[in-house]
Design a protein around this ligand. Sequence first.
Ligand SMILES: NC(=O)c1ccc[n+]([C@@H]2O[C@H](COP(=O)([O-])OP(=O)(O)OC[C@H]3O[C@@H](n4cnc5c(N)ncnc54)[C@H](O)[C@@H]3O)[C@@H](O)[C@H]2O)c1
Length: 483
Amino acid sequence: MKIVIVGTGYVGLVSGVCLAELGHRVVCVDTSPEKIAGLRQGRVPIYEPGLEQLMARNALEGRLSFDTDIGAAAEEAEVLVVAVGTPMREHDGQADLRQVMAAVDAIARALTGYAVIVTKSTVPVGTSRLIHERIRAARPDAAFDVASNPEFLREGSALGDFMRPDRVVVGTSAARARAVMDELYEPLRVCNVPIVNTGLESAELIKYASNGFLATKISFVNELAGLCERIGADVRDVSLGMGLDSRIGSGFLKAGPGYGGSCFPKDTRALARMGQENGMAMHVTEAVIRVNGIVKDRMIAKIIRASGGSVAGKTVAVLGVTFKPDTDDMRDAPSLTILPALIGAGAIVRAVDPQGRCQGEALLPGIQWQASAYEAARGADVLVVMTEWNDFVGLDLEQLARVMRQPRMVDMRNLFTPENARTAGFNLYDAIGRTSEWAVLEECPAPFVRASPALPIVVAPPGLGMNGSSRPRPDAAAPGPSI
Ligand SMILES: NC(=O)c1ccc[n+]([C@@H]2O[C@H](COP(=O)([O-])OP(=O)(O)OC[C@H]3O[C@@H](n4cnc5c(N)ncnc54)[C@H](O)[C@@H]3O)[C@@H](O)[C@H]2O)c1
């Protein structure tokens, strides 16, 4: 089967390479001549483990090629996949469909025989129908159908996710398109991958619903982490105990500095917007978005507290800037909110990331990039673990503590333990959702800082903690430094 993939970003390139690996003939098309020239020479423009090797093999074996000319590529193609970007529109939070519509117009011009136009980009409900109308208007003569086939791969494990997905969702109302899509995914169906056949609207919404739900789990656990810090519980134990319940599941229950990346922030915003536009407010999703902002404020407050109440003139060493490990993608990473806030408050920020510097340099002006964690930590007043890259797990904490001016750590990923940090010579270790494990609290009794407007809370009777215990809450009322 011949397939054209339009857009060679994280989704398009991985999809193209994997569909070639499944035995199809694939042409990947992009408007960027530099990208296509590099891909033809075997250069992968993104960091995705295993992609370069798989791409090279499929290109060598003649199943995969690259082009800027969709007209030539579309000849004899039975499936044309739209996999271009749908970034968030700043003014209203809705998905910006300009790349999609430009790709659709180019496809309309290129159509020859019957083809299925597949939307793999994440698009608001109703877009596939609009695409159908747009192509029909441009090409009344063309034989085509549309299908929605949202993508669920995760950066960092994209190849495995594409080749062995939990499910494939295909939305279409056309029997002929359904048959073509069945053939496209036959190699996965025979491996027992569930194929969920739906209408166009349901397929489009499944993508937003899935990302909205996963983001909900993350915001929920991040909010719990804040509560854990106040009442002496350990969020890792709470997550474990919750996640083992098969009705809940253990995924996406790891507390951290908030969700980021190219999908969750924009897709939650778009889902909320879709609700508003259709008179059905998505209250849960709106709260999830709000909590994600509050969590980042809490992280900023933690760093300020660990720095003794102010970061002005202090050096902050940051390990990791990407939104998660094993990707170079910097889109909407929490670091893009947290680090500029620190710099704005007068901090000198030194950062290291195994893959994030290339994109990060333009997005994070004022950061001093370092080649290693030890260089970043030299002379620093606080060390911040922002991304849980494997490269950081094996760091020599003693050496880090030794080269710092003040050996203090804010571990936003619970990568280390207070015991390890203390033994290594750190005199302050603050993690996420583990208040009871503060080391040397007495050295830095700065108050809890709340940089975002708080939601109303029920206050326990005087002298009682929120769990009814008589443990005092020293941080309850004191105002924190503002930044
Ligand atoms: N990145 C992810 O992890 C992920 C996962 C699932 C779904 N998605 C969704 O998939 C879509 C693509 O995301 P991405 O991260 O791959 O985007 P991306 O920005 O990495 O890639 C988009 C590519 O499309 C190209 N392009 C733009 N307009 C074009 C046109 N008219 N013709 C040909 N090429 C064109 C760009 O040059 C770029 O190479 C988005 O809707 C996204 O929400 C992304």
